[in-house]
Design a protein around this ligand. Structure first.
Ligand code: TYM
Length: 332
C-alpha cells in the first residue's frame, strides 16, 4: 500500500480552507484500499505560535475531533498526535544536520515574516523563534519517518514538501537509498481557497469560516463574504466567485449545474449566499453534532490518539533504528 500522510497544526479552529484543500482529499484517499493513511495533529508545529496552555489543549482536541467527525476510521488509518511520537523529534535533529541554513532562509513562511519586518522598519528576525525557522525540518521528519509517498495538501505547503525531498535526497546521497521521496498532491481548483476578504483563507489573516461554526454564526459569516456590486439580474461568472467555489464542494452535481446556470443568467448575491448556507448546513449538520460530542469527551479522544500513536511507533521505531545504524549511531 502507498503511504499517504498529512497533518494540521492547531493554531486556530479548522476552517473551510483546511477542509477543502487537505482534509476532504485526504479522506477520499483514505477510502481507497490502495493507500495507507497516516493523519495527525501537528501540535508541536502549533507551538511555534500558540503559547497558552488552555488554547493549545483545546485547539489540538479540535483538530482530532474534526478528523473523526468527518468520518476518518481510526482503525484503518494511523491517527495520532505528533507529540506522542518521539521518533519524529529524534529524526528531526538528524535531518537538521542535513539541512543547509540557506534552504531555511528561503522558506516562504520565514521569508515573508522577514520581508514584513524589513518593510516596517524592524529588525529582520523580530518575532521569529527557532521553531518558526526550523519548521520545515520538523515537517520533513513528519513525512520522511513514515516513508511517505503521497502528501495531500493545499498550495501553501508545496514548498515544504519540496524541502522534505531536498533533505531526503541529501541524506540518500551520503548514505545510499534510505528515505522515500514524497510527492504532494493538490486539488488544482481549490489549492488556494479564498477567505471572507478574497485573500487566501488563513488563520493568520483572520478571514476564515470555521468548518463547524454554529448555524447562525455560519450564516452571518457567509453574508460577510466579499462580493462585487453588480445588480441581481446581472450575469455572474461562477468560476470567479468564492460563493460558487464553496457551493460546489457541498452540493450534488445536479445542484451545482443548476447553480452554474443561475449564476450565468443572473442571481442576487444575497440569494446565492442563502443557497450556499443551506447546502453547507445540510452537509455539515451531522458531522458538527459528532464533533461537539467528541469535544465533550476528551478522555475518549485521548485514548484513541494514544492507540494511534502506538500504531505509528510500531512503524517508525524500526525505521529510525535503521537510519541511526546508517549514520553510525550504534549502541550494540
Ligand atoms: P495548516 O495547519 O496551516 O493547514 C492544514 C492544511 O490546510 C491547507 N490549507 C488550505 N488549502 C486551501 N486553501 C486554503 N486557504 C488553505 N489554508 C490551509 C494547508 O495547505 C494544509 O494542507 N505545515 C502544515 C502542517 C503539517 C503537515 C506536516 C502537512 C505539519 N507536518 C506533514 C503535511 C505533512 C500546516 O501548517 O498546515
Amino acid at each position: 500500500k502507498k503511504q499517504v500522510l498529512t497533518g494540521i497544526k492547531p493554531t486556530g479552529r479548522v476552517h473551510l480552507g483546511n477542509y477543502i484543500g487537505a482534509i476532504k482529499p485526504a479522506l477520499e484517499l483514505a477510502g481507497n484500499e490502495l493507500y495507507q493513511p497516516a493523519y495527525f495533529v501537528a501540535d508541536y508545529h502549533g507551538l511555534t505560535k500558540i503559547h497558552d496552555k488552555e488554547e493549545m489543549n483545546q485547539l489540538s482536541r479540535g483538530i482530532a475531533a474534526t478528523w473523526l467527525a468527518l468520518g476518518l476510521d481510526p482503525e484503518k488509518a494511523i491517527f495520532y498526535r505528533q507529540s506522542d511520537v518521539p521518533e519524529i523529534f529524534e529524526l528531526s535533529w538528524i535531518l537538521a544536520c542535513f539541512s543547509p541554513k540557506g534552504l531555511m532562509n528561503r522558506a516562504h513562511a520565514y521569508k515573508s515574516i522577514v520581508e514584513e519586518n524589513l518593510h516596517t522598519g524592524r529588525e529582520a528576525d523580530t518575532g521569529v523563534n527557532m521553531g518558526v525557522f526550523t519548521y520545515p525540518i520538523l515537517m520533513a521528519a513528519d513525512i520522511l519517518l513514515f516513508q511517505t509517498e503521497i502528501v495531500p495538501v493545499g498550495k501553501d505547503q508545496i514548498q515544504h514538501v519540496e524541502i522534505a525531498r531536498d533533505i531526503a535526497e541529501s541524506f540518500n546521497h551520503t548514505y545510499g537509498e534510505t528515505f522515500t521521496l514524497p510527492q504532494y498532491v493538490i486539488e488544482e481548483e481549490t489549492a488556494v481557497l479564498p477567505g471572507l476578504d478574497g485573500r487566501k483563507m488563513s488563520k493568520s489573516y483572520n478571514n476564515t469560516i470555521p468548518l463547524f461554526e454554529e448555524p447562525k454564526k455560519l450564516q452571518k459569516l457567509i453574508n460577510k463574504i466579499k462580493t462585487d456590486s453588480s445588480p441581481p439580474e446581472a450575469p455572474k461568472d461562477p468560476d470567479d466567485s468564492i460563493i460558487f467555489s464553496l457551493y460546489k464542494e457541498f452540493a450534488t452535481e445536479l445542484q451545482t449545474e443548476e447553480m452554474r446556470n443561475r449564476f450565468l443568467t443572473g442571481i442576487g448575491w444575497g440569494e446565492a449566499k442563502k443557497e450556499l448556507f443551506e447546502v453547507m448546513n445540510v452537509h455539515l449538520e451531522e458531522p458538527r453534532e459528532r464533533y461537539n460530542e467528541l469535544m465533550a469527551s476528551p478522555d475518549k479522544l485521548n485514548e484513541m490518539l494514544l492507540h494511534g500513536a502506538e500504531k505509528a511507533r510500531k512503524k517508525t521505531r524500526p525505521f529510525l533504528e535503521e537510519v541511526k545504524m546508517k549514520i553510525g549511531i550504534i549502541h550494540s
